[in-house]
Design a protein around this ligand. Structure first.
Ligand code: SF4
Ligand code: MSK
Length: 641
């Protein structure tokens, strides 16, 4: 097998990996090889650097030190690490939410270049915040909503307002367990305090704070980001778009936007239509200005404007390897510092744009919401200048773009299933109750060079849909699914089980629904709540035949998402295990005992087909507990012989 084929299932990635090897340019995969063997203590969660009596490491075989200098044992050390990771991941999403709230506030006050694109959603979100929208003028209402959203970060007592969007049984459980988050920032600070040397040494207590902090992200920071972005930039509705490295056009000025926060990329997309800039690009010899995205910034602009996605997390270096990227902008999260050296092999200008995410020696154009359009134009001008330095003989854009459908929201599902006049989740619940659909599974999360890129995501999804499981997907998983055509309606006829096929045919949807970026996993929480509220599938999210899977995860945000899913009653499967396996008590709690508390737990399974069948068994068990009918076609097929 060609070494590139072991690294990625994507032919475009393989072509660029082969090129990188030929030109002796290292990529994440090479750096991973150079890093092996990776530290076993770290992988098992047994290394602590939290004070200067350490670093300490605990021997997993019980032959060396079994506690750190302070006496912290394996469970305490590993649990503290997990809580810190949850706090970091939640902070990333929530700071994104805060940026969106600040942008909404400025817009409401009449500053900057943004406008309110979805007034209906503004009125709906106002109601969630307990603000009566009746008779209020748009800007005044937007200001009240932005202030209420910002208030959620500094809230000291009580609980986050959006928790009310969960089923009542779940809200009650959170209160009883003492894990209903108070304020977003408060939970993060408490988490960090709790993990300081000499504070909490009880892994159950540390995990309870992990759930509380994670819930502050899922039902707080991430949900605020999603809702307020919909208000500012428009709620997505399904649209056709394209993906893969071929989104980078050899004959155009290429700007690749990478990261997570769409505030700048929205403006770059708008500025790219500016006639003056287009004329300048033509003058420089280009056919036009092409914007494409990477990672979650890509998902944000893809689902709202149909702007193509050049790829997911591991495509960032491979995009530069095309030699056709004139500017790559990065905002926050998931961009690799390796891009700096890599872009120096080409004419590509790497531009950092956030005051929270810089790199020494990298061109920095700081983005501020109040001068958004000006900054966007400055970046496009830089790209046009950079295009002039492009070396045509170094340009090699591989592959073809793949068609996809993206932009399914929790609100759109009402319309899609129930029609414009009777919007409802009833057909979805009925599909599950009748045994056409086995359940719904969220397949989400990153890519990781430890796994052949896209292999686990796509094998898992294929197995699930073949077994009548409707899949919702976000982040890099969604892009991986799109690359192998899983986000096309025709896929239902080729790969889905008969029951799922019928639903897809009746509604006209693919069997795999792209719901957006990582923060949009909050849409999955809302969809689960809506399923409970619709009735017939139990009283709580933990009763539903649903699950979450992150088969190729790598980021701390994924751990936070996993914990808010579990705390909300959704069991999760991760490919690589959490770094806890050296801590027996914590492992037992995470994979089993937590289920008695919140009705959901963690599992780890790297093999995607085995993982799919574990998930299917879990859905079947939930169906049985609800006393639902057996799966329709399985019964018919069995009867037929
Ligand atoms: Fe070692 Fe305890 Fe300090 Fe951690 S907190 S480094 S286990 S002494
Ligand atoms: S971008 S967090 S690699 S999904 Fe959201 Fe992808 Fe994971 Fe980043």
């Amino acid at each position: 097998m060609n070494p590139a084929e072991k690294r990625s299932i994507d032919p475009a990635s393989q072509a660029m990996l082969t090129r990188a090897a030929k030109e002796k340019v290292p990529t994440a995969w090479d750096r991973l090889e150079a890093m092996r063997p990776q530290c076993g203590f770290g992988q098992l969660g047994l290394c602590c650097t939290f004070c200067e009596m350490g670093p300490c490491r605990v021997d997993p075989f019980g032959e060396g030190a079994v506690v750190g200098v302070c006496g912290a044992d394996a469970d305490t050390i590993a649990a503290r690490q997990i809580l810190r990771k949850v706090a970091v991941g939640g902070s990333a999403h929530s700071d994104h939410g805060r940026t969106t709230a600040m942008t909404l506030l400025q817009t409401a006050e009449g500053h900057g270049d943004y406008s309110i694109k979805d007034e209906k959603k503004l009125r709906q979100v106002a109601r969630y915040f307990g603000i009566d929208p009746e008779g209020k003028e748009t800007r005044a209402l937007a200001k009240a909503v932005a202030q209420a959203a910002l208030g959620q970060f500094g809230n000291q007592e009580g609980e986050l307002i959006f928790l009310k969007r969960a089923p009542e049984t779940r809200q009650k459980l959170w209160r009883e367990l003492g894990i209903a988050p108070r304020g977003i920032d408060r939970e993060v600070v408490t988490a960090l305090h709790q993990t300081h040397m000499g504070v909490d040494a009880d892994y159950v207590s540390l995990m309870k704070q992990s759930m509380r902090t994670a819930l502050a992200d899922g039902w707080g920071g991430s949900m605020i980001a999603t809702d307020l972005q919909d208000i500012l930039f428009g709620s997505p509705e399904p649209l056709r778009a394209k993906t893969n490295l071929a989104a980078i056009k050899a004959d155009k000025v290429n700007i690749v936007v990478h990261g997570h926060e769409p505030v700048l990329s929205e403006m770059i997309a708008e500025a790219s239509r500016d006639q003056e800039l287009l004329a300048k690009a033509k003058e420089a010899g280009a056919e036009g200005i092409q914007i494409s995205g990477l990672c979650c910034t890509a998902n944000e602009i893809l689902m709202r404007h149909g702007i193509p996605s050049a790829g997911s997390f591991l495509h960032q270096e491979l995009a530069v390897m095309t030699g056709a990227v004139d500017v790559m902008t990065v905002d926050v999260q998931c961009w690799m510092p390796a891009l700096k050296d890599l872009t120096e092999h080409f004419h590509t200008r790497l531009v950092t744009t956030s005051n929270r995410a810089k790199q020494l020696g990298t061109h920095h154009i700081e983005f501020h919401e109040e001068h958004a359009l000006e900054t966007a134009k400055e970046i496009i001008n830089l790209a046009i200048e950079s295009f002039k330095n492009r070396q045509p003989d170094r340009v090699e854009v591989p592959g073809v773009e793949v068609d996809m459908i993206a932009g399914f929201t929790a609100e759109y599902i009402y319309k899609m299933l129930g029609g414009r006049f009777r919007p409802s989740y009833r057909p979805l619940n009925n599909g599950i109750m009748e045994g056409r659909l086995r359940g719904v599974v969220g397949v989400v999360g990153c890519e990781n060079p430890r796994v052949c890129q896209g292999y686990a995501h796509t094998e898992l999804i294929r197995e699930l849909i073949a077994n009548d499981v409707l899949v919702v997907t976000s982040g890099c998983s969604a892009t991986a699914a799109a690359r192998v055509k899983l986000l096309q309606p025709e896929t239902a006829f080729q790969m889905a089980g008969r029951g799922l096929q019928e639903i897809c045919e009746a509604v006209g949807i693919p069997p795999v629904l792209h719901v957006g970026a990582c923060v949009d996993n909050s849409r999955i929480l809302i969809a689960c709540s809506n399923m409970v509220l619709e009735g017939g599938l139990g009283n709580d999210i933990s009763d539903l035949p649903v699950a979450g899977v992150a088969p190729e995860w790598m980021s701390e945000k994924a751990i936070t998402i996993g914990w808010y899913a579990v705390a909300s009653g959704i069991s999760v499967w991760f490919g690589d295990p959490l770094p806890i396996l050296g801590a027996p008590g914590l492992t037992q709690f995470t994979t089993h005992d937590v289920d008695k508390m919140v009705g959901a737990h963690w599992s780890f399974e790297a093999d995607p087909i085995r993982c799919a069948h574990q998930v299917i068994a879990h859905l079947n068990a939930k169906r049985e507990a609800l006393k639902l009918r057996p799966m329709m076609y399985e019964t018919q097929d069995a009867a037929a012989g």
